[in-house]
Structures are given as structure tokens and as C-alpha cells.
Design a protein around this ligand. Sequence first.
Ligand SMILES: [Zn+2]
Length: 90
Amino acid sequence: MLDRIYGERDRKRGPERTLLWLVSEVGEVSEVLIKGKSSGSSYEVELADALAWLLSFANVVGVDVEEAFLKRYGSGCPRCGSIPCICPER
Ligand SMILES: [Zn+2]
């Protein structure tokens, strides 16, 4: 869906600038955590935007995130293989 909406524009922008936008959006998620409602936004909005930029970045670098996610996490934790994870907390 994101590729259909922004794919052409994202590819023109390139991976470096798209990654900068992603990092900026993650920063806006942290602003909601720090400032709460006075940030003028919400987790719902900022997480959706951060996810959209993550998906745009994946599209630009040619990664199918759904496939990659299932390959890595589809059978549980990639380190211990369990659901739920039983790795020591980090
Ligand atoms: Zn684990």
C-alpha cells in the first residue's frame, strides 16, 4: 500500500533521505512519551507515521517487510526459538 501511495517519490528521494525521515518520525514518538498530550500529537498518529516511513525505507531498499518479519519472527524469538521469549532480559 505504501509503495502504491509513495513508492515513486520514495525511490526518487533515495535511502539516505528516507532513513532520515524515519529517524525524525521515531523522534516524534519519543516527544509524545516525554511531553504527553502537550506535544499536540498522540502515539496513534506518530506510530502510524513512523511505521509508514519504515515501510517506505524497506520499499526503497527492496525489502518485503512482511516476508522478512515472518522469516525472522514467524516461529517465535529468533534467539531462543520460544513463544513467549525465554531469553534473559536486556
Ligand atoms: Zn528469546
